[in-house]
Design a protein around this ligand. Structure first.
Ligand code: PLP
Length: 385
């Protein structure tokens, strides 16, 4: 059975161009870049090249890039660095719709004695900026606001937010894991102090990420060890994956124009056709202010998990906006923060496309999904037939 993969906010296919560039560094040039001998030592030039490529992609200087193992590590490193560099400040701010890499870290820090402000969003998933600005205080150590939401694709006005935060002299971090590669992200234009990215969301492998650290930002390493990454992140470098991430950054930059518009047209077709043919379905999030590849659609009176399982029978891979916790299906914290009613939040599905999706695949989903929803509703005691 052919797989129709529309779950690219979860992870992406490694681009063939990326894999090709990585392969020699597993079997032929497998040295350690810290070695004195040239078999290993010469690899430091390859790391330098990859760092430069990623820096160009983000509008950064090469020395402002720290390679990490994933987006989660980048997020944890950034927040830990900010609070440990400002030990007298005990207040930290984030939004109510962050990925668990930030949300759960903030909840953990609240148990360690930090006062945490979670900024709310409105029904369309847009951030309450007034609430954010009124929350700032002289005790605030760091503000972390994601660039784009992984579930709804809603984009936050980071450029505007960062201007206000920096005027107050407060450290600002953004989790740009879902934004990079989908919309322009340029740290030359947007004055963030720190920014997290993850390789596997942009067609590089899993297990590689990066933290952008603006020159002059106070920093303490999260992983303390060797001298790698100029002493900012210990651990022998993941050479092949770093090379892959550099190449993925180049490809993503190339794809930002025409290709991302093609993806947006496919996403719009999928969304419009589903809304047209399935009654009681609606989009979650601000449709004018979204990533071009993402749509979160709620189908009232059906369970998201049931939809996923039935789509799976047809080879269609997507995600639901609910998670199974201790046997009960809990709608996601993102949809709850937006006030999406339970009847709709339970039946929400996220479709996230990539440059590898085709129109035939979208047509296939448009054909298969409406009968699935109709069938599930026939079985639902809540559906008014
Ligand atoms: N931040 C956001 C917004 C994400 O969507 C994800 C992954 O889904 C992460 C962070 C974590 O990235 P990683 O899987 O590389 O740790």
């Amino acid at each position: 059975m052919k797989i129709i993969y529309v779950d690219n906010n979860a992870t992406t296919q490694v681009a063939p161009e990326v894999l090709k560039e990585m392969l020699p560094y597993f079997t032929e040039s497998y040295g350690n870049p810290s070695s004195i001998h040239s078999f290993g030592g010469n690899l430091s030039y390859k790391l330098k090249e990859a760092r430069a490529k990623l820096a160009v992609f983000l509008g950064a200087a090469p020395e402002e890039i720290i390679f990490t193992s994933c987006g989660t590590e980048s997020d944890n490193t950034a927040i830990r660095a900010a609070i440990s560099s400002n030990p007298d400040k005990k207040h930290i701010i984030t939004s109510r719709v962050e990925h668990p890499a930030i949300k759960n870290l903030y909840e953990y820090l609240s148990k360690e004695g930090y006062r945490v402000t979670f900024v709310p969003v409105d029904a369309k998933g847009n951030l309450d900026l007034d609430f954010l600005y009124k929350s700032l205080s002289d005790d605030t150590a760091v503000v972390s606001i994601m660039w784009a939401n992984n579930e709804t694709g809603v984009i936050f006005p980071i450029e505007e937010i960062v201007a206000v935060i920096k005027e107050r002299g407060i450290v600002f971090h953004t989790d740009a894991v879902q934004a990079v590669g989908k919309i322009p992200v340029d740290v030359n234009k947007v004055n963030v102090d720190m920014l997290s990215i993850s390789g596997h969301k942009i067609h590089a492998p899993k297990g590689i990420g990066a933290l952008y650290l603006r020159r002059g930002t106070k920093f303490n390493p999260f992983l303390i060890g060797g001298h790698q990454e100029k002493g900012r992140r210990g651990g022998t470098e993941n050479v092949a994956s770093i090379i892959g991430l550099g190449r993925a950054g180049e490809l993503a930059a190339d794809n930002l124009g025409v290709e991302s518009n093609r993806v947006k047209l496919l996403r719009d077709k999928l969304e419009n056709e589903i809304l047209k043919s399935v009654p009681n379905s609606m989009v979650n999030g601000d449709i004018k202010n979204r990533l071009p590849n993402t749509t979160s659609i709620s189908f009232e009176f059906v369970e998201g998990e049931a939809i996923l399982l039935m789509m799976n029978e047809f080879g269609i891979c997507a995600s639901s906006g609910s998670a199974c916790t201790s046997g009960s299906l809990e709608p996601s914290h993102v949809l709850r923060a937006m006030g999406v009613p339970f009847t709709a939040a339970h039946g929400s599905i996220r479709f996230s496309l990539s440059v590898y999706n085709t129109e035939e695949e979208i047509d296939y989903i448009i054909e298969k999904l409406p009968p699935i929803i109709a069938r599930l509703r026939e079985l639902s005691p809540f559906w008014n037939k």
